[in-house]
Design a protein around this ligand. Structure first.
Ligand code: NAP
Ligand code: MG
Length: 475
């Protein structure tokens, strides 16, 4: 069945149709889908603007009930959604089903948050005056999402946006429209009023840009690459839109000599290679204290050799394909670059089979100055960088333009504490992979990784609401 756009409660075809293929097997067409245009964005924004006053004024209970039904429906369909997601994105069925479950949990969480949105009552400095601080929705928000978490990221943006009374126009990644489409279906079936949630699929340069430029879109929440984010930031500044952006990472995982090697190797294999390294929180710089370096590399090489690469729909697969031919070509270019820059490369070759498969790659003997250690690759590739002690490791970890997540493997409480305090990242992990987070706490980073306030947890209200300060004189 073709997937259509959702505008004002209507399923809308478009002149252009896209073909959503599986990266594990390009002959497997997941779906055909309608690729909208700027005119459809205009219609979607107009519908969202019309729907806004009633949605904003609806009782929190009304919104909570709808979000709760959405959460239940996603959870009930998690296995089916996981299959669609694994087929279109390429992550393993276990990861994909887990992601679908996460999307359901996010809607349940924000159903509760709709009821918990709170303000302040503060004593005035003036006699017989009361001061109240309340939070109000922004209006129409534009949500622009990447391909690597094609239902969790749409969920963690749409759920708080809707919970707090905004209406939404969503533009999902062109490589993975089917998962976001399921979300639109579920929202419509759960009784979300027409125009409250709109989905317009198609190219970022057309649909995304039209959202950024539209005068009736109050705010943009974007997750994606730094380059695209830069253009969106400039557009939002031009139109004075509220903006939140989550972008790339070059996340360090520090392995100290006192680490439990089993814990460290498991955390690094997971952080660097699971989801084919296509996580913004992936560990792409493994910073290893000299004393444990060679043993660590040996253990990593053995563990990498034991990973099962293959069809994401097979139960024993641990690593699926890279998302696209273009992304794979980019990754292989970085493997060549690692050789040229003087690293010893373990793995990294393209597999001789249909689909976009690449063996995990370790760049041993890398330095933090090499381009392979500075640029986000967004594939199953990690540099191993030797450090002389804790201070050096910490300096290397923080020496990056990014600041999303970081990690340390150590058995020393003192080192763990020091690292948590001094790491220049938004999320810090101790004896855990740099990727893999809870859904009810803030998510986001610093420096080039993030702009604006945090996503997820209670903190999402900072972005999706505007504060109003009211003064009343009752003399
Ligand atoms: P991307 O190329 O930047 O695309 C992200 C979204 O922006 C897509 O929907 C894309 O549409 C759209 N877009 C493209 N050009 C646009 C424009 N001119 N105006 C408005 N929107 C536009 O990123 P991606 O390749 O999908 O995802 C990978 C990147 O996402 C990585 O850099 C990764 O680190 C980052 N990421 C960050 C986080 C985080 O929370 N920090 C989480 C996940 C991923 P098309 O699909 O049509 O190109
Ligand atoms: Mg696809």
């Amino acid at each position: 069945m073709d997937r259509l756009n959702l505008v004002d409660g209507q399923w809308r075809a478009a002149e252009a149709t896209g073909e959503n293929i599986s990266p594990a097997n390009p002959a497997d067409v997941v779906c055909a889908y309608a690729r909208g245009d700027a005119g459809l964005v205009d219609e979607a924004v107009a519908a969202a603007a019309r729907a806004f006053p009633a949605w904003a004024e609806a009782t929190p209970q009304f919104r909570a009930d709808i979000l709760d039904r959405v959460g239940s429906a996603i959870l009930a369909r998690a296995a089916e959604i996981g299959r669609i997601l694994a087929r279109e994105e390429g992550k393993t069925l276990a990861e994909a089903t887990g992601e679908a479950t996460r999307a359901g949990q996010l809607f349940k969480f924000y159903a509760g948050e709709a009821l918990r949105l709170a303000g302040d009552a503060i004593a005035s400095i003036r006699d017989k005056v009361d001061v109240e601080v309340t939070r109000e929705p922004l209006g129409v928000v534009g949500l622009i999402t990447p391909w690597n978490f094609p239902i969790a990221i749409p969920a963690w943006k749409a759920a708080p946006a809707l919970a707090f009374g905004n209406t939404v126009v969503m533009k999902p990644a062109d490589l993975t429209p089917a998962s976001a489409h399921v979300l639109a279906e579920v929202l419509a079936e759960a009784g979300c009023p027409p125009g409250v949630f709109n989905l317009v699929m198609g190219s970022g340069r057309v649909i995304g840009q039209a959202l950024v430029d539209h005068p009736d879109v109050a705010a943009i929440s974007f997750t994606g690459s730094e380059g695209v984010g830069q253009g969106i930031a400039e557009g939002c500044a031009r139109h004075r839109k509220k903006l939140q952006m989550e972008m790339g990472g070059k996340n360090p995982m520090v392995v100290m000599a006192d680490a439990d090697l089993d814990v460290a190797v498991a955390a690094c294999i997971n952080g660097a290679f699971f989801s084919t390294g296509q996580r913004c929180t992936a560990s792409s710089r493994l910073i290893v204290e000299a004393g444990i370096h060679d043993a660590f590399v040996d253990r990593m090489a053995v563990a990498m050799g034991q990973l099962t690469l293959g069809d994401p729909l097979e139960a024993d697969t641990q690593i699926g394909p890279v998302v696209s031919e273009a992304q794979l070509r980019g990754n292989l270019g970085y493997v060549d670059l690692a050789h040229e820059e003087g690293a010893e490369v373990i793995g990294g070759e393209r597999l001789d089979r249909a689909g976009f498969f690449q063996a995990p790659a370790l760049f041993v003997g890398a330095t933090n100055e090499m381009r392979v250690s500075r640029e986000e690759i967004f594939g199953p590739c990690a540099s191993v960088i030797k450090a002389d002690g804790f201070d050096h490791a910490l300096t290397l970890a923080n020496d990056t333009e990014f600041g999303l997540s970081s990690g340390i493997c150590t058995t020393s409480l003192r080192q763990a504490r020091e690292f948590k305090r001094r790491s220049a990242a938004g999320m810090v992990m101790v004896n855990l992979p740099t990727a893999g987070v809870d859904y009810h706490v803030p998510f986001g980073g610093r420096k080039a990784s993030s702009v604006g306030s945090r996503e997820q947890g209670r903190y999402a209200a900072e972005f999706y609401t505007s504060v109003k300060t009211a003064y009343t004189f009752a003399g």
